[in-house]
Design a protein around this ligand. Structure first.
Ligand code: NAP
Length: 308
């Protein structure tokens, strides 16, 4: 079978840290071109814009989007209009409306599309799904806290409108929760904390419900020290399962469970390959909808200015 000829749009932190190794280690893909405003990618044809890549570059079957969410809608639309399958980094767009519009265009064009909720491919998530099949879930407690200076050094877009601030990592936890919960995750209330000099929140607390399950989330973007706190505790009458390290570590009733870890992006690209080969779509907007609801319904307070 011929490899899928892939173009990358945006060659920043996540493209270099995760996409490139996942693509080059998967023979189903051949990276043939990169469009980026930033550093060039060695070993392939580089272009200053997606338009230039599509017009003058080598033929590609699919484009993976690793640009910031603001402005991504127009780029993905451009790729779909050119008949390319699309993998779109999370959060898929700056607004729910844009994301839904992309779903409609991909469907109309009968092209493959993946909104890349990478945390859903963490090894503990599948185990949690199996565990949940046998018990009645009652409560979920999410703590998702990291240091923005470590994970997003100097990325101004993250603090600008549409950049999501603390919801940029928090949406990863919501992507796991929405994949595991038995009913739609609905916001009941939220408190958002904004630095006085920024347009996006640095901390948030969410109260939610999914059917009869109570869900609480605490998000932080100025977590002290080097270690992240990326945990989700799922509690039922019969026991508790805890995901740590973003789903890479699992404890059931305090006992660690062994997990095979192939890497989230390895599995993500394997999933994308299946979608491209079958012309299917996996473009879930639920995590973005919950974040949008938090911006709509949440109370706001202003805190100290944020400096890098
Ligand atoms: P980043 O380091 O700022 O990289 C984005 C890159 O896209 C930059 O090189 C930027 O160039 C380039 N770019 C911007 N507009 C472009 C355009 N129109 N055409 C081509 N290139 C363009 O950001 P990132 O951390 O990689 O994040 C990108 C996306 O991945 C975000 O949605 C983020 O949520 C997601 N993600 C990030 C992480 C993480 O740990 N950082 C993890 C998972 C997912 P300039 O800098 O010159 O503008």
């Amino acid at each position: 079978m011929q490899p899928i000829r892939l173009g990358l749009a945006g060659y920043g932190k996540i493209a270099q840290d995760q996409h490139l190794p996942a693509i080059t280690s998967n023979p189903a893909f051949e990276l043939v071109a990169v469009a980026s405003q930033g550093a060039p990618c060695p070993g392939v044809a580089n272009f200053g814009s997606l338009g230039e890549l599509l017009a003058t570059g080598p033929t590609v079957d699919a484009i993976a989007f690793c640009t910031p969410p603001q402005g991504r809608f127009a780029l993905v639309q451009q790729a779909l209009a050119a008949g390319k399958h699309v993998l779109v980094e999370k959060p898929p767009c700056a607004s729910v409306g844009e994301a839904l519009a992309l779903v409609a265009v991909a469907e109309r064009q009968q092209l493959a599309g993946l909104f890349a909720w990478h945390s859903r491919f963490a090894p503990g998530v599948e185990l949690a799904r199996e565990w949940l099949a046998n018990l009645a879930l009652q409560q979920v407690h999410i703590q998702w806290k990291e240091q923005v200076r470590k994970w997003h050094p100097g990325q101004e877009w993250i603090w600008q409108p549409g950049g999501l601030g603390v919801f940029d990592p928090g949406i990863n936890a919501l992507s796991i929760a929405t994949a595991l919960l038995p009913a739609p995750l609905l916001l009941q209330g939220a408190e958002l904390s904004f630095p006085s000099n920024r347009q996006a929140p640095i901390a948030a607390q969410l109260q939610m419900q999914a059917g009869s399950v109570q869900v609480r989330a605490e998000f932080g973007f100025d977590h002290p020290g080097d270690d992240e706190l990326w945990s989700i505790e799922l509690r039922g009458a019969e026991g508790t399962l805890r995901l740590d390290n973003g789903g890479a570590v699992v404890h059931v009733d305090g006992v660690p469970r062994a997990l095979a870890d192939e890497g989230e992006y390895t599995l993500l690209y394997r999933h994308f390959e299946q979608l491209v080969r079958s012309g299917q779509r996996d473009m879930d907007v639920q995590p973005l909808r919950v974040v949008a609801d938090a911006f709509l319904m949440g109370s706001r307070r202003q805190g100290a200015a944020f400096e890098w």
